[in-house]
Design a protein around this ligand. Structure first.
Ligand SMILES: Nc1nc2c(ncn2[C@@H]2O[C@H](COP(=O)(O)OP(=O)(O)O)[C@@H](O)[C@H]2O)c(=O)[nH]1
Ligand SMILES: [Mg+2]
Length: 448
């Protein structure tokens, strides 16, 4: 759906979420990318600036709030996009009978198709519907609507010999009174012309519809602003049917049209078939464009990584104070495991700098770490707290309990003791100097 816009917004959000620190620079870069995505999708420039200014203003206050800032800023973007599309959505309510809906718009935007789609939408909800064929401009229009009506068992009233659509309304005035909802198709033109406006105004006067819906293909480009303005000036548009959102349409023009016409989107058309249709819900629409499901997963991941960074900070403190037991070791391993593959993690966290370790080795390490964790699960709290008490009989018991070999338990203890030895040596030394030795500017992480 609106693939291009969606893809570029998603990719800039992904980049943003994966950035480690949120400062003014990252934020500006992110907002610029959003701007670019919107402009490239033909959202009108002024509207883009309005949106991005709002985002910037609100997002700036989030800087310095740490990891939660990302979540807040994504939410701000979501809210700003929802807000230009009409906060709550404006569903059609059938308040009186017959409730008359007139569809207008230029050629090929999907008026006739949408007439049938809307008819089926309300038919499913138990209303008695009829269609009114008022496109007297195109010879085959009456035939097209009749065929669609037949498909869904909805009567179509029209007159292929009549040239004046207002007369057709007159002709069926009494007939349509018998229905709950009347949906009127109308004729379009290649471009907005005076004669079409006159024609549609005379239909409006005769029909007195409760709703006038502008049917607009999502593929409309930069011309959207002028067109929407002209329609708005001539007619009291109550809403927009946004069609063709299934294609490769950029979609931005349609967003602009809604904003200019000050008319909310009421329905979405997503294909040529009658069932490719849904009522518009701004929140769901924006969630889909932004891929909020994926975004949430990404945010979760980012949060876990941040948590991992916190844990390792605590751990550093413990290490430096010379206290380090198997319990700490286990916490460390657990937090790593939660964050997914070790090698993936290495790529994400700066300062984890072990760039030259081949992937195969990391994988081996990862398997080993998994086993270590299983072994430690079979240890008593006392053993974790004070590993020195683990001698051969305990080793046998732990191996049996964890389904591992005693040699593996011994290897774990050996590795742990090595780490502890290094840590003891490091105790009280200038950590930044040591870090430099390791080749990075940061504290060395766990040396396995
Ligand atoms: N892909 C796609 N095609 C649509 C949609 N709505 C209408 N169409 C197609 O667009 C063309 C023009 O539709 P039509 O209803 O005749 O437009 P009208 O001239 O405004 O009455 C037809 O080929 C329709 O099948 C939509 O939501 N998605
Ligand atoms: Mg038509």
């Amino acid at each position: 759906m609106l693939e291009k816009l969606s893809e570029s917004l998603k990719s800039s959000m992904k980049g943003f979420i994966q950035s480690i620190f949120i400062d003014e620079k990252t934020l500006n870069k992110f907002v610029n990318e959003i701007q670019k995505a919107l402009i490239q999708s033909d959202v009108e420039i002024e509207l883009v600036f309005e949106i991005s200014e709002n985002i910037k203003k609100r997002a700036k206050e989030e800087i310095g709030k740490g990891e939660v800032a990302k979540e807040h800023i994504i939410k701000i973007i979501y809210e700003e996009l929802v807000s230009i599309l009409g906060e709550k959505g404006h569903k059609i309510k059938i308040t009186e009978k017959p409730y008359k809906i007139l569809l207008i718009g230029l050629f090929g935007n999907g008026k006739t198709t949408s007439a049938a789609k809307i008819a089926k939408f309300f038919q499913k909800r138990g209303y008695k519907i009829c269609l009114l064929a008022l496109d007297t401009y195109r010879p085959a229009a009456y035939e097209q609507l009749t065929q669609l009506g037949n498909q869904i068992n909805i009567p179509v009233f029209g007159n292929p010999d009549e040239k004046n659509p207002a007369n057709i309304v007159k002709q069926y005035k009494n007939e349509i009174e018998k229905y709950d909802i009347v949906i009127a198709d109308s004729s379009g033109r290649d471009a907005l012309k005076e004669d079409m406006i006159e024609e549609i105004t005379s239909v409006e006067n005769e029909l007195k519809p409760q709703e006038i819906l502008l049917v607009q293909g999502a593929d409309i480009g930069q011309g959207a602003k002028e067109q929407a303005k002209a329609f708005k000036e001539a007619l009291n548009i109550t809403g927009v049917v946004l069609t063709k959102i299934d294609g490769t349409a950029k979609g931005g023009g349609a967003i602009t049209a809604c904003s200019i016409a000050q008319a909310p989107i009421k329905f979405l058309g997503s294909g040529e078939k009658i069932d490719d249709f849904e009522e518009f819900e701004p929140k769901r629409f924006v969630s889909r464009i932004l891929g909020m499901g994926d975004i949430e997963t990404l945010l979760e991941k980012a949060k876990e990584i941040a948590k991992g960074q916190e844990t390792s900070k605590d751990m550093e403190k413990r290490l430096m104070s010379g206290k380090f037991n198997l319990h700490d070791f286990k916490i460390q391993l657990t937090s790593m495991k939660k964050m997914g593959s070790l090698s993936k993690l290495m790529n994400l966290i700066p300062g984890m700098g072990m760039p030259n370790i081949p992937k195969e080795m990391l994988d081996v390490q990862e398997d080993k770490l998994k086993k270590f964790k299983i072994i430690m699960d079979s240890m008593t709290p006392e053993e974790l707290e004070n590993p020195d008490i683990i001698k051969s009989s305990r080793i046998e018991r732990i191996a049996l309990g964890s389904g591992t070999e005693s040699s593996e338990v011994r290897e774990l203890l050996k590795q742990f003791n090595q780490i502890r030895k290094v840590m003891k040596k490091l105790k009280g030394k200038d950590m930044t100097k040591i870090a430099k030795k390791f080749g990075g500017g940061k504290m060395p992480k766990m040396p396995f």
